[in-house]
Each structure stands twice: as C-alpha cells, then as structure tokens.
Ligand binder design. Sequence first.
Ligand SMILES: [Zn+2]
Length: 338
Amino acid sequence: MLAAALRKNEVPHAMLFTGEAGIGKKTTAITFAMAANCESPGPMASGVVFSDNGVQSTSNEDIRIPLENKNINPCGTCRPCRKIVSEKHPDFHYIRPEGAYIKIEQIRTLCSALARRPHEASVRFVLLSDAHLMNAESGNALLKILEEPPENTIFILAAPQVADILSTIVSRCRHFRFNPIPEDQLEAYLIEKKGMSPENAMVVASLSGGSIGRALSIKNDKWAVVHRKRIIDRMEMIFRKSAGQDLYFAESLSRDKKTLAISLEIMKSWLRDLAVFQYCPDRIVNRDLQSRFAALSDTIDTNRLLDKISAIWQVERAIKGNANSRLAMESLVIKLSE
Ligand SMILES: [Zn+2]
C-alpha cells in the first residue's frame, strides 16, 4: 500500500501505524522516508539495518522490510538514505517520548522547525513514535499542525492501537494496521538468520506474540527455554492443585522487571494452547508439550481458561500503567489457582 501510494505520488500527509511493540512500525516508517528521498532507488543494499531506535548498526542483522516495488526500494547507501537511517537528516524529525511523555516543548520545537523551509529533502518526514504517550496538551498542539499541514511534509504516528490516540488526531490520519507476524515465519527467520536450533526457535517464536522486536529481545534463547520450562512446570502444578496459592512464585517472577513481559507471555501462550488443544490439537503453538496438554485438557473448562487469559491481559495493562508488579502478580497467581 505504501509503495503504491509513493509510486502514484498520492501519499497521505498523515498516517497512523498501529500494532504491537516491535512489530516493525518504526522500521517501516524509516524505510519509507528513505524510499521517498533516495537518490538511487533499487534493491536495498545488504547490511543496511535498523536497531531499535532506528540507528544504523554494522552488524549482520537483517531486519529490513523491503517495499513491494523494486524501483521504490531505497538503496540504503546514498547520502539521504544514510542520513535518515542514522537520524542525522535535518528534514527527518524523529520525535520520541522524553521521559514518560512526548512533551509540549517537543511539539513546539517541531512546529517552529516546520515553519521554516526544508533544508535539503524533497519530502520532509515527521515520525512520532509512541504517539499514545502524548498528553492532551501535546496532542492538541500536534492537531493544530495536522489541521494546516506544511507542504511536502508527511507525518507518521506509531502507536499500539487506535484507541490510544485522540480521536480528533485519528480522523486526520490514514490508518495502517500492522498485524502480528505469523509464528512459522518468525521461526524460519530465527533459524535462518539467527542460527537458532529449530527447538529453541519454536520456543522463542511462541513467546514473541508475533513481534520480531520481542523475538530479538530474547537474546539468550537457551535462557528462554529454561525459563519457559520452569513456568510451565509451575503452571501445571497450579492447575493440578498441588501448588496452592504460590505467592513465592508470583514474587520471584515480579522481581525481574525485564523478563516479566516474557513470563506473562509464556503463561498466556500455555493457557491459550490448553484451550485450543481441546478443539484443534494440531493448532497449538507449544508443539513439544502435546502429550502434557493431552493429560491435562479434559479436566479443564474453556470458559474458565478464557477468564484466566483475560486476567493476564489485565495484569499486563496494570503493569504498563505502573501498578505494583508484585501485588499484580500475586493476585494473578491467586486467580490462576481458583
Ligand atoms: Zn538511497
């Protein structure tokens, strides 16, 4: 869609990219800005990569998302391409939260930069990552710019979901939804590009929620395999009522803030499979656990499983909203053992 818009010179002046963190919204936005400004479009040179904050790195990682049409792909090596990917282009404005929010001062600075003529770009870009972290003040200031957009300027807002953005801003944007990457594709990527063993790739892909960024954040796949086993063993015990309300387990998971999201993902993926197993055993994600699901599944009521999965969603939201993670995890373990 983006390539077609670029080819026809019908790029909307404001776009909203939504989808899970790490799914490729920012990478796509940067690639698109490069494509619009590239001096020698063609197949992208290998070795052009994007790290999490869009800065070019020199490793062999390969996370590029080529646009469909070959003539529109950025080369990745010309001056504008290199300046955009390394965030040094004066006409590529990358706004990300400073602290917890995108602040009004950042939008004001952007506003005055946009009031001047572009320095060198044919198309100027503004990328607002985590646009849901604008407070009302920043959101309204941005809305004023979107209502009277400067010429040859394209705004890309990236956020988890539409509901997180002021509806007045949403109505000014063309919406592009980024769907989760299918697990088999992620698995193939991890095996081919990261050299993971098929078993470990299966585990890491099952924990990624369809997000390549999250899959890559699990740098130590061996750790992930061990951590997953520990959680699943404990979940089985909770389900067999042999663990009771294991608050120590809750506390130990909550202690490591960095791995908490992965721990919750393991629980969710296990519960989901347990529900799916009763109807379509061949559709489960944790394929190595087939016989263990078979031993558990007839004792389980699907509705109660779904309740438990939504309890995990609630905890995820609460933790994102800065709730006390220990208390949240303790109440979760109590719900799971009910
Ligand atoms: Zn180029």
